[in-house]
Design a protein around this ligand. Structure first.
Ligand code: SAM
Length: 274
C-alpha cells in the first residue's frame, strides 16, 4: 500500500473516531478493508485513500471507520467491575431513596457489557428492576448497535463470561443454536449510536459509567478530552469503570482511582472531601 493511502485512511479514522493507527497496522488495513474495497469496486487501498481525499461521502467514511474499529467484547468482562457494581447497587439505590439509578455503557459494542449490568440489576432488584435502574448503551458503530438491539448471541458468545445460571435464567434458545436475551433484561437497556468525541451531555448524568477497552485506541489528548467529558456526566458520588489497560493517571486530575479497587474511578473533589 502506498504511504499516501495509509495516511488518508489513518487520518480519517483518527478524525472521526479518535482511533490512532500506527504505521505497523498496514496488515490490519489490508484484512479489514478488503470487503470495503470489494463493495466499492476499488482495486487497492491506495485507490481508497485517493477516494477519501477526493470525494468520499458519508457512507464511504462510515464504512471505513466501521471496518477499522475493534468490537471484541464479552459478558461480565474482567469480572471485578461487575462484582464492584453488584455490591454498590443496593447501597446506591438506598441512598437515592428509590430514585432510578442510571448506568452508561459507553462504547458498548454488541451489548454484552450493557446486558451484564442489566442482569446484575435483575438479580439484585428482581421484578422491580425496571423501576430501579436503567442502562444507556452507546457506540460509534451502527452495525454493533443494531446487533446489540437484537439481543441474539451465538453459543460461542454466551460461553464467554456468562455464568450458566444466568444463561438459563435470562436467555431462551433461538433459531440456529443461538440464544435470545429475555425481554425483562432487554427492557432495562436503551441502545443509541453515539460518538464519544461528540457532545454526549444530552444523555444526562449517571451513577456509574463503563467506558472500557476503547481509550486504549486513542492518543493522550483524546483520552483526556473523553475522560473529562465523562467526569461531567457522573453524579458526585458516581463511579467510572475503565478497562484493565486503561487509567486516568497522567491524563486528568478530575478523576481519581478508588483505593483498593482496580479499574474503578471517582470524581476527585468527592475523594478530597471524603
Ligand atoms: C473493544 S470494544 C469494547 C466493548 C466493551 N466496552 C468491552 O469492554 O467489552 C471497543 C468499542 O469502542 C467503539 N468505539 C471506538 N471508537 C469510538 C468512539 N469514538 N465513540 C464511541 N465508540 C467508539 C467501537 O465501535 C467498539 O465497539
Amino acid at each position: 500500500m502506498s504511504a499516501d493511502g495509509f495516511a488518508d485512511i489513518a487520518g480519517l479514522v483518527r478524525r472521526r473516531a479518535g482511533i490512532v493507527l500506527t504505521d505497523d497496522k498496514g496488515y490490519l488495513l489490508e484484512t479489514r478493508l478488503a470487503p470495503v474495497l470489494a463493495k466499492l469496486g476499488l482495486p487497492s487501498l491506495g485507490a481508497l485513500g485517493a477516494k477519501l481525499r477526493a470525494s468520499p461521502g458519508e457512507a464511504v467514511e462510515r464504512a471505513v471507520v466501521e471496518a477499522l474499529t475493534t468490537h471484541e467484547s464479552f459478558f461480565f468482562r474482567d469480572g471485578k467491575p461487575f462484582e464492584h457494581l453488584a455490591a454498590l447497587l443496593p447501597k446506591l439505590s438506598a441512598a437515592r431513596g428509590g430514585q432510578k439509578l442510571r448506568v452508561w455503557s459507553a462504547a458498548c459494542s454488541s451489548g454484552q457489557e450493557a446486558y451484564s449490568v442489566a442482569i446484575l440489576a435483575l438479580d439484585a432488584f428482581g421484578p422491580q428492576a425496571a423501576q430501579r435502574l436503567e442502562v444507556v448503551a452507546t457506540d460509534i458503530s451502527g452495525e454493533v448497535i443494531a446487533k446489540a438491539k437484537q439481543g441474539v448471541f451465538t453459543q460461542f458468545e454466551v460461553q464467554r463470561g456468562l455464568p450458566i445460571r444466568s444463561l438459563v435464567r435470562h436467555f431462551a434458545q433461538a433459531e440456529g443454536g443461538r440464544w435470545r436475551i429475555n425481554d425483562a433484561v432487554r427492557a432495562l437497556v436503551r441502545f443509541e449510536e453515539r460518538n464519544l468525541l461528540a457532545d454526549c451531555g444530552g444523555l444526562g448524568k449517571f451513577d456509574a459509567i463503563f467506558c472500557r477497552n476503547v481509550l486504549i485506541y486513542f492518543d493522550a489528548p483524546t483520552k483526556t478530552r473523553v475522560l473529562e467529558a465523562l467526569a461531567k456526566q457522573l453524579v458526585p458520588d458516581g463511579v467510572l469503570y475503565l478497562g484493565a489497560a486503561e487509567t486516568v493517571i497522567g491524563l486528568t486530575d478530575r478523576l481519581q482511582p478508588v483505593p483498593g479497587e482496580r479499574g474503578v474511578y471517582a470524581l476527585a473533589q468527592r475523594r478530597a472531601a471524603a
